[in-house]
Design a protein. Structure first.
Length: 293
C-alpha cells in the first residue's frame, strides 16, 4: 500500500467509504438498500475494518450516523487505530443544535477530518443558498470542541462548479471531497435520501466526460483532494467478469491518480457479500503502483 501526507498524518492512498455500510446503493437493480443493511451488521463492519488493517488501508471515511459512531466508539475503546475522516449525516445538519451535537459525536473518536456532505452543499448551491454552506462552515469553526481538537474541515460536492466557486470566494475549508461523476444529475434541489427516504431506484447512466471535467477543475487546486465515486458507485463494475472488472479498476486508478497531485487520495466503496471487493481493489492498486516504477 502506498501512503501519502494528509496534514502531517500518513494515510493510505486508497481509503474506504461508507455508503454500502449504510445501505446507500447506486446499483439498486442489483443490490438493494435493504440487502446492504441486512448484510452490514456491526460484526461485519468490524470485520471489514480489521481486513482493511491487514491490507494496509489505515483510513476510513464513515458516515456520522449514530449507529456507526457507536460501533467506532467501541472500536476505539478496544484499541482500534484506524484513521477516520467523517462525512456529516444529512438529517443532523438541518438544525444547528443537532448539528452541534453531531459534531461532538464525531469528535469523540478523534477523526483526522470532517467534511460537509456533498448532497448538503450541492442542494444549497443548486438552489442559490450558498450562504447556508458558509454558515455551516462557520458553525464548525465556532464549535468549542472542534477548536480544541483541530481536525481538518472539508467540503464535499458532485459539482466542479462549486469547487471553482469555493476557491474564488476563498471559503474557510481545508480539503475537498470531489465526486468523479455527477450522480446529482436529474436530482437537482433534492435532499439526501437519508432525509427523503427515497431509494435510488432509477440510476442515471454514468457519463465519462463528468470525470474529465472534474479532473480539469481540480488541476490547479492546491488544497488536498479526496476523489470519490471512482467506480461510479459501482455502476461501471456491475455484472463484469473478473478480468474486465480488474482492468476497469486499474484504468480508474491510472486516470484519476495521474491527474491529481501526488498526495491526493481516493475512496473506494466495498460490499463484501458476494466477493472480496476490498482485497481485489487493493491488489489491483498495488499492481498499478508496481507498474509506475
Amino acid at each position: 500500500m502506498k501512503y501519502v501526507n494528509f496534514f502531517g498524518h500518513e494515510v493510505s492512498k486508497l481509503i474506504v467509504g461508507d455508503n454500502p455500510f449504510n445501505g446507500h446503493s447506486y446499483i439498486t437493480a442489483f443490490i438493494s438498500r435493504e440487502e446492504m443493511l441486512d448484510y452490514n451488521t456491526e460484526d461485519k463492519i468490524l470485520d471489514a475494518i480489521h481486513k482493511m488493517e491487514e491490507l494496509g488501508v489505515n483510513t476510513m471515511l464513515p458516515l456520522a450516523d449514530p449507529y456507526i459512531i457507536r460501533i467506532l466508539q467501541r472500536y476505539r475503546r478496544n484499541g482500534g487505530k484506524m484513521n477516520f475522516i467523517f462525512q456529516t449525516y444529512a438529517p443532523f445538519m438541518i438544525n444547528p443544535d443537532i448539528a452541534n451535537f453531531s459534531i461532538g459525536q464525531m469528535l469523540s473518536v478523534d477523526p483526522l477530518g470532517i467534511y460537509i456532505s456533498g448532497t448538503f452543499t450541492d442542494v444549497r448551491f443548486e438552489t442559490g443558498r450558498s450562504d447556508e454552506i458558509t454558515d455551516m462552515i462557520q458553525l464548525f469553526r465556532n464549535h468549542e470542541q472542534f477548536q480544541e481538537k483541530c481536525p481538518k474541515l472539508g467540503l464535499g460536492t458532485h459539482h466542479p462548479e462549486l469547487i471553482a466557486h469555493c476557491e474564488k470566494e476563498k471559503w474557510d475549508i481545508d480539503f475537498y471531497m470531489a465526486c468523479m461523476y455527477d450522480l446529482r444529475r436529474g436530482r437537482e434541489g433534492e435532499e439526501s435520501g437519508f432525509i427523503t427516504g427515497k431509494n435510488k431506484s432509477s440510476v442515471h447512466p454514468i457519463i465519462p466526460s463528468d470525470r474529465d471535467i472534474m479532473l480539469r477543475t481540480l488541476k490547479n487546486v492546491e488544497k488536498p483532494i479526496i476523489a470519490f465515486k471512482i467506480f461510479a458507485g459501482g455502476q461501471m463494475l456491475v455484472e463484469k467478469e473478473e478480468a474486465e472488472r480488474r482492468a476497469l479498476i486499474k484504468d480508474a486508478y491510472n486516470t484519476i491518480f495521474h491527474a491529481l497531485k501526488p498526495d491526493d487520495f481516493a475512496v473506494m466503496g466495498i460490499f463484501q457479500k458476494y466477493h472480496d471487493q476490498l482485497t481485489e481493489n487493493v491488489d489491483v492498486f498495488n499492481e498499478w503502483c508496481q507498474e509506475q516504477k
